[in-house]
Design a protein around this ligand. Structure first.
Ligand SMILES: Cc1ncc(C[n+]2csc(CCO)c2C)c(N)n1
Length: 221
């Protein structure tokens, strides 16, 4: 069993909480109130601006050309494909690109993106992979789980599900998992414990992100 599989087995309760969050289930059922989805789209756009930078840092910290190309291709696809879907949704909701690009992060978005960036900046390649893997792997699993759900045929949520259940996205996630398993195979117990914690925190933030959107979290003042 690879280290990545060992981690999600150990923290299965958090892994399941992420997959089964009401926000995700309601996308699958096609019943999620549009208002919550709009809120999510804007916050996710703000999040992705910084998430993409983690891939730029991944390229910077790459040990070889092949890894560097993968990180730079992914950075490109986040900015052009994934964020372009967000821009299309925003246009549908009459939210301008300026509003989208200048939206303020809610507390959870701010905390999560700062966590990602600080781990990616201060850690090495293993820490960087540990912090970004829950996001990729979680969405890929959700995409697969929802591929044949009623939501997949929903006019609004169908495209979102299609993007995360695409074979290209699965291949990318698989590459990240293998890279993580390869890099961590030789690590000491102390290093592994640190990586489990990073992975766990990032996964917890994924759950909090759904919850934030579900509750339409606001700053108190
Ligand atoms: C909070 C949050 N977590 C994860 C993703 C998913 N995601 C972000 S970048 C990327 C790589 C491929 O484009 C994927 C799958 C998201 N959108 N928002």
């Amino acid at each position: 069993m690879g280290f990545s599989q060992e981690i999600i087995t150990e923290i299965d309760n958090i892994w399941q909480a992420n997959l089964k969050h009401p926000f995700v289930q309601e996308i699958g059922a096609g019943t999620l109130p549009v208002k919550k989805f709009k809120y999510y789209m804007v916050q996710d756009y703000v999040y992705l601006m910084d998430y993409a930078k983690v891939f730029a840092l991944g390229a910077l910290k790459s040990p070889d050309l092949k890894t560097m190309i993968q990180f730079s291709n992914t950075l490109q696809s986040i900015l052009t494909e994934e964020m372009s879907l967000h821009r299309q949704y925003a246009a549908q909701f009459n939210i301008s690109e300026e509003t989208l690009a200048s939206a303020e992060p809610a507390p959870t978005t701010l905390a999560y993106k700062n966590y990602l960036l600080s781990v990616a900046q201060t850690g090495g390649q293993a820490e960087l992979l540990a912090v970004l893997l829950p996001c990729m792997w979680g969405y890929e699993t959700i995409g697969k789980n929802l591929a044949h759900s009623p939501g997949a045929k929903n006019v609004l949520y169908g495209e979102w599900i299609a993007m995360y259940s695409s074979p290209d996205f699965s291949a990318l996630t698989e590459w990240l998992i293998q890279e993580f398993d390869r890099i961590t195979a030789q690590q000491t117990l102390t290093q592994r414990v640190r990586l489990i914690n990073i992975f766990k925190n990032s996964l917890r933030y994924e759950v909090l992100f759904w919850e934030m959107a579900y509750q339409e979290e606001k700053w108190l003042v």
